[in-house]
Design a binder for this molecule. Structure first.
Ligand code: AGP
Length: 609
């Protein structure tokens, strides 16, 4: 996820573009840049780093021009660098583009354009689009953009400018937000409302496959057949702060709601044909390396560690390989047994967690090959690992990790599927079944999110308690740990997660009348056992909030509240069961008046030991 802004109109563009980028900084960035239509050409200024670094790069001699665009990069293809920063031009500086999204087929397009004589200055997917537009240009920028769009697959929100057509900006959108603000003799473009609302509340929110031609006095919007559409602008009533949160009260809720999109972006270019094909060529595994793996270590902290626990169950079940999962702060001091045929996986949303980074370095010192799953391109973990599988969740602002966790799980499922295919661990038909079930997950997550109020009602019981338990068996236990952490870290309720079969070995002594126990019972294979654990709790007066798959009505009369999840194979339930637990933690914390996005004593990335 990046941030883009555009301006064309009666005023000098630079100060307005800069202010727009400052409004988008919360979206995360690793580089920044602007392009302005000057008298003799398009003036591009860009740099690695923040908007403040861009201002230093510009210096005192402010660029002039009444039209231009700006960009804050959240790197996906190509590490953070000046060359990879946007705006990108084509062979000629007459063409400039800023882009948010992922162009899936950029590599074959790059090869074809290179064959047509185009020369590239960066490693990005975006630059390919600039050259493609240039390739189709025959005097009409709109037409060349519309032709280029026919060739690309993936997601985009972009602004294109051409020096031969200084009086207009062209923009287009597919699966990534882009909006146009209507002013008086000026118009504005942005990835989100936060950068527009200071100037205007009259907004066009572009729909998928729409393109727009924007001058200082007019906005024309075209559908995918390149026909002009008569669209009325919306009058937006949000304030700027709520706009930064996408209209949600907290970043955490916004990020919970972004999970279907985060899953789709993380699948993009990797899981295709409805899940029938898995492609992780980006990991550059040699066939022998995959064949040689005899053990897997997964190392992480906090929520990322909980994702690793799900990975253990998955990989042991599907790959039939031993998997050891460890918190990084323990791994690095226990002189772990590593051998040449061990694959070490580290998981880190920020890619900067000190303990995880230290564990990565220890494994590499021991000669291990390390594969990182991280959400930040250019992070220390991403730079120091041998292989990286990026999650494309976009910036996660709330301290409590939600969409990053879910995309970490997806990365582990895809990695397991990929390794299973390469090691022929399962018959092709079974692999396709798993792939197509994975492909359906974003829609199933959407279904659960649409029932958020059902969970909010359940949270009403939790809010007045100071301690609670989360129990589950098998994969449900791994998810119970994550659910407990979510509740603890934002509502300050002491929540302990237990393997359900363990309660009778001591913890049952703490089950008193009315105490809330969140029971995950989604695993058909151990449903009877889970039911008997629930009965143990009920017999002692516990209040059971149960989460099961549809069809498990047998538990309805055994518990105090029940939430039905969409049915799927047991192994995918963690991707679904965690959603109501995130919402449960969120609504409980809100009910208790806690600072949801910034809980006490915690920060987003623990870069100290
Ligand atoms: C999760 O909600 C917490 N904020 C915390 O446990 C976090 O997952 C942990 O600090 C690891 O962070 P990382 O993924 O950036 O390495």
């Amino acid at each position: 996820m990046s941030g883009i802004v555009g301006y064309i109109g009666k005023r000098q563009a630079y100060p307005l573009l800069l202010a727009g980028l400052q409004k988008l900084e919360y979206r995360g960035y690793d580089s920044a840049g602007i392009a302005l239509q000057g008298a003799d050409g398009i003036n591009i200024i860009k740099t690695k780093g923040k908007v403040a670094d861009l201002q230093k790069e510009v210096g005192a001699n402010l660029p002039v021009g009444n039209a231009g665009c700006g960009h804050l990069r959240w790197a996906t293809h190509g590490p953070p660098s000046k060359a990879n920063a946007h705006p990108h031009s084509a062979c000629s500086d007459d063409f400039v583009i800023v882009h948010n999204g992922i162009i899936e087929n950029y590599l074959p397009l790059r090869g074809w354009l290179a064959g047509e004589g185009h020369r590239f200055a960066s490693e990005t997917d975006t630059e390919v689009l600039a050259h493609l537009i240039e390739h189709y240009y025959r005097g009409d920028l709109l037409q060349s953009v519309q032709e280029a769009l026919q060739k690309i697959t993936g997601s985009f929100a972009f602004i294109a400018a051409c020096h031969k057509e200084k009086d207009r900006l062209i923009c287009a959108r597919r699966d990534t937000p882009l909006m146009i603000g209507l002013g008086e003799a000026e118009n504005f473009i942005s990835s989100d409302l936060a950068a527009l609302l200071h100037h205007t509340r009259k907004i066009h929110i572009l729909e998928n496959e729409e393109t727009a031609l924007i001058t200082s006095s007019a906005v024309k919007i075209y559908n995918s057949e390149c026909t002009v559409m008569q669209k009325r602008a919306q009058e937006i009533t949000w304030d700027v702060t709520s706009a930064e949160k996408g209209g949600y009260k907290h970043f955490m809720l916004k990020e919970i709601m972004e999970q279907p999109q985060a899953l789709r972006e993380t699948m993009r270019g990797r899981l295709s044909d409805g899940g029938q094909k898995i492609n992780l060529a980006e990991l550059n595994f040699k066939a022998q390396e995959i064949e040689n793996i005899s053990k897997i270590f997964i190392i992480a902290c906090g929520t990322a560690y909980h994702a690793g626990l799900v990975g253990k169950y998955l990989m042991e079940k599907i790959l039939r390989l031993p998997v050891e999962v460890d918190v990084a702060s323990e791994f690095r001091y226990r002189d772990p047994l590593l051998c040449a045929k061990t694959l070490v996986i580290v998981i880190s949303q920020s890619g900067e967690t000190a303990d995880t980074l230290a564990a990565l370095r220890l494994a590499r010192e021991r000669g291990q090959q390390v594969l990182a799953i991280t959400n930040v391109v250019g992070s220390s973990v991403a730079r120091e690992a041998d292989k990286v599988l990026f999650t494309w969740a976009g910036p996660e602002v709330a301290v409590a990790s939600t969409k990053a966790y879910l995309t970490q799980l997806l990365a582990l499922y895809m990695l397991t599927l990929y390794l299973a295919a390469k090691r022929q661990a399962l018959p092709p038909a079974r692999l396709k079944e798993i792939g197509s079930a994975l492909f359906k997950l974003p829609a199933q997550v959407e279904n659960i999110l649409s029932r958020e109020k059902e969970v909010a009602a359940i949270a009403g019981y939790l809010k007045r308690w100071e301690s609670t338990f989360f129990i589950g068996r098998n994969l449900d236990f791994a998810v119970a740990l994550e659910g407990a952490l979510k509740l603890k870290e934002i509502s300050y309720i002491h929540a302990e997660a237990y393997a359900a079969g363990e309660l009778k070995h001591g913890t049952l002594a703490l089950i008193v009348e009315g105490i809330p126990v969140v029971a995950l019972a989604t695993q058909k294979a151990v449903l009877e056992k889970s039911l008997s654990n629930i009965k143990e709790i009920k017999a002692r007066g516990g209040y059971v909030l149960c989460f099961v798959q549809e069809g498990m009505e047998a538990l309805q009369n055994e518990v105090d509240s029940i939430f039905y999840l969409p049915t799927t194979a047991d192994i995918f339930l963690p991707m679904l069961a965690v959603i109501p637990l995130q919402l449960l933690a969120y609504y409980t914390a809100v009910a208790r008046g806690c600072p949801v996005d910034n809980p006490r004593n915690l920060t987003k990335s623990i870069t100290v030991e």
